[in-house]
Design a protein around this ligand. Sequence first.
Ligand SMILES: [Zn+2]
Length: 137
Amino acid sequence: MSEPFTPQRRISPILLAILLVTLMLSVFSILLGFQAYLGGDAESGSTYTILGATTLALSSYVLFQARKRLVKLALKNQPITTTVLCEKCGLKNLRDFQRGDYVFKEADSCPKCNEKMVISSIYREVKEKKKGETLLR
Ligand SMILES: [Zn+2]
């Protein structure tokens, strides 16, 4: 039984603030457009509405993309491997990291000689892959 890590889904507060302001502006713009429509000014009415709708669509798209990217990054989280070593016969076992694992901790019995095995190392498998990653600015 291994407990999966809860993926962190955090969007940078600055990006969030920018998006919130943009969203507010777009809603405001749409409201202005409706007001202009109601006031009989159809031309500025449609201008404001289109402007607001476009900004709204763009900002929600950016927000959606940022979320998707964060989730993808969290899912791509490299697995952590624990090496369990039998000090008596030298048998080495690799398994997924489990919560509570630490180096020199006693693990299960050795399947070969029934001696208590010890965790000898814990490491994260790093797979370098930076191609195709874009940064939001
Ligand atoms: Zn052994």
